[in-house]
Design a protein. Structure first.
Length: 299
């Protein structure tokens, strides 16, 4: 049974886009995934994204994706919203993944903008609508033009918001002006998808975060959010500024790479990466240690 949600916070407020732990030989580590999920929820996350980009979804099979959803739901599904990544650049495949995630027990779906193909806005509209029509699960759009090649225009977001199951957007567009207009005109629950902009997006109407650094600083993200909601802007700003080295350090290279390295430094399940992602060099690992320490992370 999923935790209680509201229209304003359909997936909770602090969500981490969870890595997918692998065993030493590169297989799916379901025990590790359950341990990591429990750790993240204990640390203050009230939602987890599985099978997203940070979960190395481009290199996991459909079967692995379903197994991972089932394992995480079993571990923490009564305490956190489990949102399954179902977006690809193939609408038919995305619909299949959405239905499989529903069967596996996911509480919601994350649907990324179709990448590489660069469809027009009408193609985006039809793609997301097909995913939302495929199941009874609520859907969070994922707008990340830096990876997908095309933005979801504000007008398209407003159209999509009319669908009863499209309830939220993960914003990694990096444009506070467009975000302000889209929040004001769409009525969607807005989640920051760019850790450096977590606090600025709250200031224009976001309700929470889908974070990568939540793997290591979830309590601080929760404290920043709570301070903002209580009107203590000074405290929220202080926390944001304290975390700047973490925001910077975790994205000096590809985020999955640094996240798995950070988890390994803390003795948490992560395991190796699947190609084309590769491990940090020793020099990069030392830099990550310095960045995390500067942000107050205990290793």
């Amino acid at each position: 049974m999923a935790p209680t949600s509201t229209p304003q916070t359909p997936f909770g407020r602090v969500l981490t886009a969870m890595v997918t732990p692998f065993t030493a030989d590169g297989d799916l580590d379901l025990d590790g995934a359950q341990q990591l999920a429990a750790h993240l929820v204990d640390a203050g996350n009230d939602g987890l994204i599985v099978n997203g980009t940070t979960g190395e979804s481009p290199t996991t099979s459909d079967e692995e994706k379903s197994l991972l959803v089932r394992a995480v739901v079993e571990a923490v599904g009564d305490r956190a919203h489990i949102v399954a990544g179902a977006g690809t650049n193939d609408t038919r495949h995305s619909v299949e993944l959405a239905r499989a995630a529903e069967r596996a027990g996911a509480h919601g779906l994350l649907a990324v903008t179709p990448y590489y193909s660069k469809p027009p806005q009408e193609g985006l509209y039809r793609h997301f609508t097909a995913i939302a029509d495929a199941t009874d699960l609520p859907v969070m759009l994922y707008d990340i033009p830096g990876r997908s090649g095309v933005p979801i225009n504000t007008e398209t977001i407003v159209r999509l918001a009319e669908h009863p199951r499209i309830v939220a957007n993960k914003d990694a567009k990096g444009d506070l002006g467009r975000a302000s207009w889209a929040i004001a005109t769409s009525g969607l629950a807005w989640y920051s998808g760019d850790d450096m902009l977590n606090l600025p997006l709250l200031s224009v109407g976001a309700v929470g975060f889908v974070s990568v650094v939540g793997h290591v600083v979830a309590p601080e993200l929760r404290a920043m959010l709570d301070a903002h909601l209580s009107g203590d802007v000074t405290k929220a700003t202080e926390i944001h500024q304290k975390l700047l080295p973490v925001f910077t350090g975790m994205f000096r290279t590809q985020g999955v790479i640094t996240t798995k390295a950070a988890l390994a430094l803390q003795g948490l399940p992560a395991g190796p990466l699947r190609l084309p992602l590769v491990e940090l060099s020793p020099e990069e690992t030392e830099q990550l240690k310095r960045d995390l320490a500067a942000g107050g992370v205990q290793l």
